[in-house]
Design a protein around this ligand. Structure first.
Ligand code: GDP
Length: 367
């Protein structure tokens, strides 16, 4: 086999022809023993991201490749952004291989959340999306919670075969793999991790003791995530880093909540009740009357209602409104990548506004 040079940061094949493509290194740096591509170099030293292309087609090719081999698929989702981090149609690409579903970032959910219930919830959600995982696990890759348990499950279900770790970008796949490597070898931060969706390229092979390997696949960029509509600096603000403190709002009908200037929630019709907001603790919530909401948004977006920042407003998509008639209680209105609002009682009408291109979902309450 040809001996390809691979970036030790992201796993992309090193090349010195095209700076806009993955793995670019200026020719003068090619001599070094351990090569890191210019993109990872910048990310590491300047915390600056460069956009490179990993098309959906490339990702499908990788998935098809996995479906044609035998191995355990470990699919990682972000518990905080479950719907936004799902890989649509994944059940069609597994090729009969078992899937272990891992919900990462469990540290973000309030401590009161029952983890067994959460696993059942994950199992049910997966089923309703067409996937029947062999098992479901929770983990916090960053805090190291349940890592040993997941490693044991992987060992149990892989039946001596290879392991493919897949997931949409930003679910914490690199952090997870780094953890596994660290548990196994004591080396730190081998794979690039970052806030920016789309920073892991090509497959990285991590050898296991029995001659088999764990393969880290690149993540597909989920175009519906809120991450794509905010300034990179604001992404830190909307991406929760710590346990979410739910904020309870007693609302009467005809009241509105703004989540920064990124999303809006209208309580249109129903009895006064307590809506619970699960969002990054840093994101400001503003309450107003429904009749004043349009005007408030027009006059204060980019200022009182931010992010987005004022200078980014020209590129910020207009809001799209969706109305929901919520029949039963304990339903979540999910703003993909931003969080969700738990509607406690049925028989209410609400509306959700998100920037055009972002997604809103309704689901059975997670908590
Ligand atoms: P990848 O694109 O899937 O490889 O994701 P990364 O590993 O680069 O992680 C994306 C972001 O999620 C980074 O900001 C990580 O710090 C964060 N992250 C990863 N794992 C966890 C976790 O278990 N808990 C929390 N709170 N954040 C995490």
């Amino acid at each position: 086999m040809e001996n390809r040079l691979i970036c030790i940061g992201c796993g992309a094949a090193i090349q010195s022809e095209d700076p806009s493509q993955p793995g670019y290194v200026p020719a003068s740096s090619m001599e070094k023993e351990q090569v890191i591509c210019r993109r990872c170099f910048r990310l590491k030293h300047y915390n600056e991201v460069q956009d490179v292309a990993l098309t959906d087609d490339d990702f499908l090719k990788i998935l098809n490749g996995i479906g044609n081999t035998t191995g355990l698929i470990v699919m990682i989702v972000d518990i905080f952004d479950f719907n936004g981090s799902w890989l649509p149609g994944i059940h069609r690409f597994t090729g009969g291989n078992d899937v272990l579903l891992v919900g990462n970032k469990v540290d973000l959910l309030p401590k009161s959340v029952n983890h067994n219930r959460l696993k059942n919830w994950l199992q049910q959600q997966a089923k309703s999306l067409g996937l029947k995982p062999i098992d479901v696990a929770l983990v916090s890759a960053e805090k190291g919670l349940y890592i040993k348990e997941v490693m044991e499950l992987i060992e149990q279900y892989r039946n001596g075969n290879d392991v493919y770790v897949i997931g949409c970008t930003n679910v914490g796949k690199s952090t997870f793999i780094n953890r596994i490597i660290r548990e196994g070898t004591g080396e730190e931060n081998i794979i690039t991790t970052s806030y920016f969706p789309g920073t892991t390229l090509d497959m990285i092979e991590i050898p296991l003791d029995d001659g088999k390997s764990i393969f880290d696949t690149p993540g597909i960029i989920n175009h519906h995530q809120m991450a794509h509509f905010v300034h990179k600096k604001d992404l830190k603000l909307i991406t929760p880093k710590k346990e979410i403190k739910p904020k309870v709002y007693q609302l009467n009908e005809k009241q509105t909540l703004f989540f920064g200037g990124l999303a809006r929630f209208d309580f249109i019709k129903g009895e006064r009740s307590s809506f619970v907001c699960y969002l990054s603790n840093e994101l400001q919530i503003h309450r107003t009357k429904l009749e004043k909401a349009d005007e408030l948004y027009e006059n204060h977006k980019g200022e009182l209602l931010s992010p987005p920042r004022k200078e980014d407003l020209t590129n910020f998509p207009e809001f799209v409104r969706r109305e929901f008639s919520v029949k039963k209680g304990k339903t979540d209105i999910v703003f993909s990548g931003l969080g969700w609002v738990m509607v406690p009682d049925g028989g209410v009408v609400v509306a959700a506004y998100v920037p055009k291109g972002a997604e809103v979902y309704v689901r059975d309450s997670l908590i």
